[in-house]
Design a protein around this ligand. Structure first.
Ligand code: HEC
Ligand code: HEC
Ligand code: HEC
Ligand code: HEC
Ligand code: HEC
Ligand code: HEC
Length: 460
C-alpha cells in the first residue's frame, strides 16, 4: 500500500473518529441545558415514575444519573428514547441496572423526548428539584406521616366509639335484667321460707317503672343528657342536608391525598386525567393505581393491609408480582364526596381548561387531605399557594357559590381562543344588549356579564 493511500485512510479514519467521539464529548447531554424547561419536561414525562430527590416512586430516582452514566451521553439518550434497544447493546451498566429494578417496577417505557429535551431534563435533575419554580423550602409543607396516621386513627375512632357505646349499653341491660331476675328469685325464696305466697309476677316494664320511681333524680339527669345528645346529633344532621361540608363517606380503601399529591408530588391530573377534557374529573381506575403499586407493595402507615385491597380488585399476586389469569376483576367502589343534584349542569373542562381555574380554588388544599371531603370557604380562602385566588363567602357547592364566583371572576381573553372569538363578537355588537365598552367600563368582563347568571346555563 502506498504511503499516500495510508495517509488518505488515516485522514478518513480520523474524521470518523472525530465524528464518533464528538457524539460523546462535544454533544454531551450532561452539560448546559435549561433546568427550568427541564422541570416542565420532567413533570410531563418522567415524574409519574421517577423522583429527583432519591426517593423511590415507580422507578429508581434519577438523582445522581450524571455520575452513574458519566461518559455515556449517547447511550443515555438511546436508553430514554428506546430502552429495549439500549439494553440490546449489552452495555454492562444497563444490563445490571435493569436486572436490579425490572422485577420490582417492570421495564421502562420508551419516552417521546428529543436529545435537547433530555439535556434540559438532566440539567433539572442535577438541581435536585430546585430549579425555576419555588424552592423546596418555600413550598407548602406536607403533613408528616404522624399527622396523617393520627387523622386516619381519628376516622376509625369514630366508628369504634359508636360500637363501644352499643356494647356498653348491651352489657348494662344484661346486668339490669339478671339483677332483676336475682332479686325476683330472692324474693320468691324469702316468701317461701316465711310461708308466704310467691310475689306476684311483675313484667319488666312494671319493675322498671317502680325502679325509676324510687330513683327519680338519677333518671331525671340521665334523661336530660340523652335528650341533649339526640338534639345535637339531630341538629347536626339536619344542617348537613344540602350542604356536604365535612362529609367524609367511608371509602373501600384508605386513600390519602396527603401521601400521594403532597409527599410524592403526583400531579392531580395524573389521576384525575379527564378534568381537562370532559365534564367529569373522574376517579382513577385500578389500572392507574397499578402503574405504581405493581412495585410499591407496602405503605409506611398501613403496611400491606390497604394496598392488598388494590391487588384483590384487579387480581394480582404480590409474591410472584404477576397478574392472576382469568381473575374476575371488580372495580373499587369509591363513594362520591361531591355531588350536585341532577338538575345542575357542571363541566370541569369549562372551568379547568377554558376558565384556567386551579383545582384548589374549588376543592381546597386537597394535597393536605388524608381523607376526601368538601372544602369549607374558610379552608379555601386560607390557601396562599393559589395564584389569583378568588375569595368566596357562600358555602361550597351551593348555587350561591357558583353565582358569587361568576360575579367576581373575570374573563381573560388572552387565555383562550374561545374568548378572543367572544370579544370579537362583542366588539361588533353581535351579542347581547350591551356594547363591549359598557361591559368593559370597569376594566374587565365577568363570567356573569358573559351570561354566567342565566338559569339555562346551569340548569337542564
Ligand atoms: C412508566 C414509568 C417510567 C417513566 C414514565 C420513565 N421511566 Fe425511566 N425508568 C423506569 C424504570 C422502571 C427504570 C428502571 C429500569 C427498568 O426496570 O427498566 C427506569 C430507569 C431510568 C434511568 C436509569 C436510572 C439509573 O439509575 O441509572 C434513566 C436515566 C431514566 N429512567 C430516565 C427517564 C426519563 C428522563 C424519563 C422521562 C423522559 C423517564 N425515565 C420516564 C420507568 C420509567
Ligand atoms: C394517586 C392518585 C390521585 C392523585 C395524584 C390525586 N387524586 Fe384526588 N382522588 C383519588 C382517589 C382514589 C379518590 C377517591 C377517594 C377519595 O375520595 O378520597 C380521589 C378523590 C378526589 C376528590 C373527591 C371526589 C369526590 O368523590 O367527590 C377530589 C375533589 C380530588 N380527588 C381532587 C384532587 C386534587 C385537587 C388533586 C391534586 C392536588 C388530586 N385529587 C390528586 C386519587 C388521586
Ligand atoms: C404515581 C404513583 C402512584 C399511584 C398512581 C398511586 N400510588 Fe399509592 N402510593 C404511592 C407512593 C409513592 C406511596 C408511598 C409508599 C410508602 O409509604 O413508602 C403510596 C402509598 C399508598 C398506600 C399506603 C399508604 C400508607 O402509608 O400506608 C395506599 C393504600 C395507596 N398508595 C393506595 C393507592 C390507590 C388506591 C391508588 C389508585 C387510586 C394509588 N395508590 C395510586 C404511589 C402511587
Ligand atoms: C369551578 C370549580 C371547580 C374546579 C376548578 C374543579 N372542580 Fe372538581 N368538582 C367541582 C364540582 C362542582 C364537582 C361536583 C360535580 C358533580 O357532582 O357533578 C366536582 C367534582 C370533582 C370530582 C369528583 C368526580 C367527578 O368528576 O364528579 C373530582 C375527582 C374532582 N372534582 C377533581 C378536580 C380536579 C383534579 C380539578 C383540577 C384539575 C378540579 N376538580 C377542578 C368543582 C370544581
Ligand atoms: C371559582 C370560580 C367559579 C365557580 C365556583 C364556579 N364557576 Fe362556573 N365559571 C367560572 C369561570 C371563570 C367561567 C368562564 C369560563 C367560560 O366562560 O367558559 C365559568 C363558566 C361557567 C359556565 C359556562 C357559562 C357560559 O357563559 O358559557 C357554566 C355553565 C358554569 N360555569 C357552571 C358553574 C356551576 C354549575 C357552578 C357551581 C356548581 C360553577 N360554575 C362554579 C368560574 C366559576
Ligand atoms: C352558575 C350556575 C347556576 C345558575 C346560573 C343558576 N343556578 Fe340554580 N342551582 C345551581 C346549583 C349548583 C344548585 C344546587 C344547589 C344545592 O344543591 O345546594 C341550584 C339549585 C337550584 C334550585 C333548587 C333549590 C335549591 O336551592 O337547591 C332551583 C329552584 C334553582 N337552582 C333555580 C334557578 C333559577 C331560577 C336560576 C336563574 C335565575 C338559576 N337557578 C341559576 C346553579 C345555578
Amino acid at each position: 500500500m502506498r504511503l499516500s493511500t495510508i495517509l488518505q485512510h488515516r485522514f478518513l479514519v480520523s474524521i470518523f473518529a472525530f465524528l464518533f467521539f464528538a457524539q460523546y464529548t462535544f454533544a454531551g447531554v450532561f452539560e448546559g441545558g435549561d433546568a427550568t424547561k427541564g422541570e416542565t419536561l420532567f413533570k410531563q414525562n418522567c415524574a409519574s415514575c421517577h423522583s429527583v430527590d432519591g426517593s423511590l416512586l415507580a422507578a429508581p430516582s434519577l438523582q445522581g444519573i450524571d455520575s452513574r452514566w458519566a461518559g455515556k451521553d449517547a447511550l443515555i439518550v438511546k436508553w430514554i428514547q428506546n430502552p429495549n434497544g439500549a439494553l440490546a447493546t449489552g452495555d454492562p451498566y444497563i444490563v445490571g441496572m435493569v436486572a436490579k429494578w425490572k422485577g420490582q417496577f417492570g421495564m421502562m417505557a420508551a419516552q417521546a423526548v428529543s436529545e435537547g429535551d433530555i439535556k434540559d431534563i438532566i440539567a433539572y435533575v442535577k438541581t435536585g428539584g430546585s430549579a425555576g419554580g419555588p424552592k423546596a423550602s418555600d413550598a407548602p409543607k406536607c403533613l408528616t406521616l404522624e399527622e396523617i396516621e393520627a387523622a386516619k386513627a381519628e376516622l376509625e375512632g369514630d366508628d369504634s366509639g359508636y360500637v363501644w357505646f352499643i356494647i356498653i349499653g348491651l352489657i348494662l341491660s344484661i346486668i339490669a335484667v339478671s339483677a332483676a331476675n336475682i332479686k325476683k328469685s330472692l324474693a320468691t325464696a324469702v316468701n317461701e321460707r316465711d310461708g308466704l305466697p310467691a310475689p306476684a309476677d311483675r313484667t319488666y316494664m312494671q319493675v322498671a317503672k317502680a325502679w325509676m320511681w324510687t330513683n327519680k333524680k338519677f333518671v331525671g339527669v340521665l334523661g336530660f343528657i340523652i335528650f341533649c345528645y339526640i338534639s345535637v346529633v339531630g341538629y347536626k344532621s339536619l344542617m348537613g342536608i344540602g350542604v356536604y361540608q365535612g362529609y367524609t363517606p367511608d371509602q373501600p380503601i384508605w386513600f390519602s391525598h396527603a401521601i400521594h399529591a403532597c409527599q410524592n408530588e403526583i400531579d392531580c391530573q395524573y389521576c384525575h386525567s379527564s378534568a381537562a377534557k370532559s365534564k367529569h374529573a373522574g376517579i382513577p381506575s385500578v389500572n392507574v393505581c397499578m402503574n405504581c403499586h405493581k412495585g410499591i407493595k407496602k405503605g409506611a402507615i398501613s403496611g400491606t393491609k390497604e394496598i392488598s385491597k388494590i391487588y384483590e380488585a384487579i387480581g394480582f399476586d404480590a409474591d410472584s408480582s404477576k397478574y392472576i389469569d382469568g381473575y374476575a376483576q371488580k372495580p373499587i367502589a369509591w363513594n362520591k364526596v361531591h355531588n350536585l343534584p341532577d338538575h345542575v349542569y357542571f363541566s370541569h373542562q369549562q372551568h379547568v381548561t377554558v376558565g384556567q381555574i386551579d383545582c384548589k380554588q374549588c376543592h381546597g388544599p386537597v394535597q393536605m387531605y388524608s381523607v376526601g371531603h368538601v372544602a369549607t370557604p374558610a379552608e379555601i380562602n386560607a390557601q396562599e399557594d393559589v395564584t389569583g385566588l378568588i375569595k368566596l363567602e357562600k358555602e361550597t357547592l351551593t348555587m350561591g357559590w357558583c353565582l358569587e364566583c361568576h360575579n367576581k371572576a373575570g374573563i381573560d381573553p388572552t387565555k383562550s381562543d374561545y374568548y378572543e372569538e367572544m370579544h370579537k363578537r362583542y366588539k361588533s355588537n353581535e351579542v347581547g344588549k350591551r356594547t363591549l365598552s359598557e361591559i368593559m367600563e370597569d376594566g374587565s368582563m365577568t363570567v356573569r356579564e358573559n351570561g354566567g347568571w342565566e338559569c339555562g346555563k346551569c340548569h337542564y
